[in-house]
Design a protein around this ligand. Structure first.
Ligand SMILES: NC(=O)c1ccc[n+]([C@@H]2O[C@H](COP(=O)([O-])OP(=O)(O)OC[C@H]3O[C@@H](n4cnc5c(N)ncnc54)[C@H](O)[C@@H]3O)[C@@H](O)[C@H]2O)c1
Length: 243
């Protein structure tokens, strides 16, 4: 069976960690990301050995189709898809910016749906999809993350529905929802989360997570070790939501 896995947002912090973990798990990850992000990716670095890349803008159906056609040869199948491309922009009530609103839905929800729609016919029986949601979809303490949180909550629903449709082909779909993960914080992320220290205080484990801890869960859910797990949301949040 094919070992190829398309990872959207694969040039980002968590996306790169996922690609690295997938190589360790015997998969062939293709990091699919915006042109600038792909160009900044150092595929010659030992840490990214085994990773290939393709330019993809998940907000554009034509770009998604072109990227997938470039990554998957005619007659070849896909082993998996990781929908990891995502953006956070703050959206405090009274300050709602239409462009930010539209972009969050376009990337986080419509982008995931577009990539899944284009890739699903290519997935082999026994393949799997992992969507990267967020703690914010299951939690209300990050003031200003209402729209982002709504898109990430939508990922859990999208996961359940697509899992049902793809089950007849033996394809599983799950959602990994990370808590706050160590990565350079954008001004929006710092504003809604209150920073790393405050975010860590919300977790039972009293720390934020590391990108490889998210990657571990993604690789597990893609692998045959998770062969009876589908339509689930797995929080990788150090025990925030459960507390
Ligand atoms: N960092 C965290 O604390 C955290 C927590 C919960 C969930 N997440 C989610 O994890 C995922 C990865 O986040 P990250 O921290 O690695 O951020 P990141 O910004 O490093 O990575 C996101 C990637 O998505 C790509 N991207 C953005 N728009 C795109 C588009 N239109 N088409 C294709 N790619 C596009 C970016 O270029 C970037 O490489 C996101 O979905 C994010 O919402 C992150």
């Amino acid at each position: 069976m094919s070992r190829k896995v398309i990872v959207t947002g694969g040039a980002g912090v968590i996306g790169q960690a996922i690609c690295r973990r997938l190589v360790e798990g015997g998969f062939e990850p293709v990091a699919a990301d915006l042109k600038d992000a792909v160009e900044a990716l150092d595929l010659a670095a030992p840490a990214l050995a085994g990773v290939t890349s393709v330019v993809m803008d998940v907000t554009d159906r034509g770009s998604v189709e072109q990227a997938v056609a470039g990554a998957v040869a005619p007659g070849e199948t896909l082993r998996g898809v990781v929908n990891c491309a995502g953006i956070l922009r703050d959206s405090f009530l009274g300050e709602l910016d239409e462009a930010k609103l539209d972009l969050m839905f376009q990337v986080n929800i419509a982008g995931m749906a577009r990539v899944t729609d284009v890739c699903a016919p290519l997935l082999a029986e026994g393949g799997a999809i992992v969507n990267v949601g967020s703690l914010t979809g299951h939690f209300g303490r990050f003031r200003g993350a209402s729209v982002y949180g709504a898109t990430k909550a939508g990922i859990a629903a999208y996961t359940r529905y697509t899992a049902e449709e793809l089950a007849e082909r033996g394809i599983r779909v799950n959602n990994v929802a990370p808590g706050v993960i160590r990565a350079p914080m954008s001004p929006s992320m710092a504003r809604v989360s209150g920073g790393e220290e405050l975010s860590a205080s919300y977790a039972m484990l009293k720390r934020i997570g590391e990108p490889h801890e998210v990657a571990e869960a993604v690789e597990f859910l893609l692998s045959d070790r998770a062969s009876f797990i589908t339509a689930q949301t797995l929080l990788v949040d150090g025990g925030v939501v459960a507390w």
